[in-house]
Design a protein around this ligand. Structure first.
Ligand code: 13P
Length: 250
C-alpha cells in the first residue's frame, strides 16, 4: 500500500493567493516523493482552481473536508459528494471531530455521508477518536460500527480510517506512538470482527493529531500506520516537506 499523507487545511489559509502559493509548493514536494500519495483537503472554493490548471499529477490528489448525504436538493449551503467528484476530488474527510463538536454531526449522519461518498466514487476518510478522559476502545468501536453500518466488505478498500484522538489535535499533547499502535491494532480487530481479516487488512488506517517533522516517522514505523492526517503542519510548506521526507523511506 502506498503511504497516504493527507493535508487537512481546515478553514485556512485566508486568501486564494496564499492558498495557491501553498498548493504550488506542496505540488513541488509531491514530485519528489512519488511513493507517497499526497492528498490536499482544501476549502471547497479553491478545489476547481487547483484542479483546472493541470495541478493534479500521479501521487497528488484533492479532497473535500465534508459533503452532504444527498446528491442534490434543497440543502442551503451544502455541497454533495458528486459535486466534489466533478471537481476531481478523489477523497473527502467525513466525521472530523470539529464537525462532530461544532456542527452537530452524529453517527447516523456520518454513516449516510460515507455511503454518499462511496456512491460518488470518492474515498471517504473517516475520522474516529476519543475525547479527553474517554475510553478509546469504547468510543472507537462504537464510532466504527455506526460509520460502517450497511457498508459491504468489498468497499473497505475504498475507505480510509483516520484515528485522531481529539485531545491530541491542535496544540494538544501528541499521542505516543505506542498508544497510536494500540489504537491501530484495535481498529483492525474491530474491522476483523465486523467483516473479516482480509477486509481489515485492506482498510488504510492513518494517524492524525499534532503531527510534525519530529514525530511523523514514528507513527509510520512504530505505530504501523498507513499514513498521516495533518492539520497545522500542512499549512507550512517547509514543515510539510520535512514530514514527507522523513517518512519517504519507511
Ligand atoms: P493538527 O495536525 O493541527 O493537530 O490537526 C489534526 C487534525 O485535526 C487533522 O484533521
Amino acid at each position: 500500500m502506498k503511504k497516504i499523507i493527507i493535508a487537512n487545511w481546515k478553514m485556512n489559509p485566508g486568501t486564494l493567493i496564499e492558498a495557491k502559493e501553498l498548493f504550488d509548493s506542496l505540488k513541488e514536494i509531491s514530485r519528489e516523493f512519488r511513493e507517497t500519495e499526497i492528498i490536499i483537503c482544501a476549502p471547497f472554493v479553491w478545489l476547481e482552481n487547483f484542479s483546472s490548471q493541470g495541478g493534479l499529477k500521479r501521487g497528488l490528489s484533492l479532497g473535500g473536508q465534508n459533503c452532504h448525504w444527498e446528491s442534490h436538493g434543497a440543502f442551503t449551503g451544502e455541497i454533495s459528494a458528486s459535486m466534489l467528484a466533478d471537481l476531481k476530488a478523489g477523497y473527502v474527510i467525513i466525521g472530523h471531530s470539529e464537525r462532530r463538536q461544532y456542527l452537530g454531526e452524529n453517527d447516523l449522519i456520518i454513516n449516510a455521508k460515507i455511503k454518499a461518498a462511496l456512491k460518488a466514487k470518492i474515498k471517504p476518510i473517516v475520522c474516529v477518536g476519543e475525547r479527553q478522559n474517554e475510553e478509546m476502545h469504547l468510543v472507537v468501536e462504537d464510532q466504527i460500527r455506526s460509520a460502517l453500518n450497511g457498508i459491504p466488505a468489498a468497499q473497505l478498500k475504498e475507505i480510509v480510517i483516520a484515528y485522531e484522538p481529539v485531545w491530541a489535535i491542535g496544540p494538544g499533547d501528541p499521542c505516543s506512538p505506542d498508544n497510536a499502535l494500540s489504537a491501530n491494532l484495535f481498529i483492525k480487530k474491530v474491522l476483523t470482527k465486523l467483516y473479516n481479516r482480509a477486509g481489515a487488512e485492506k482498510t488504510a488506517i492513518v494517524y492524525g493529531g499534532s503531527v510534525d517533522r519530529k514525530n511523523a516517522a514514528d507513527y509510520l514505523s512504530r505505530s504501523q500506520m498507513a499514513g498521516l492526517l495533518i492539520g497545522g503542519a500542512s499549512l507550512d510548506a517547509q514543515e510539510f516537506g520535512e514530514i514527507i521526507k522523513s517518512v519517504g523511506n519507511i
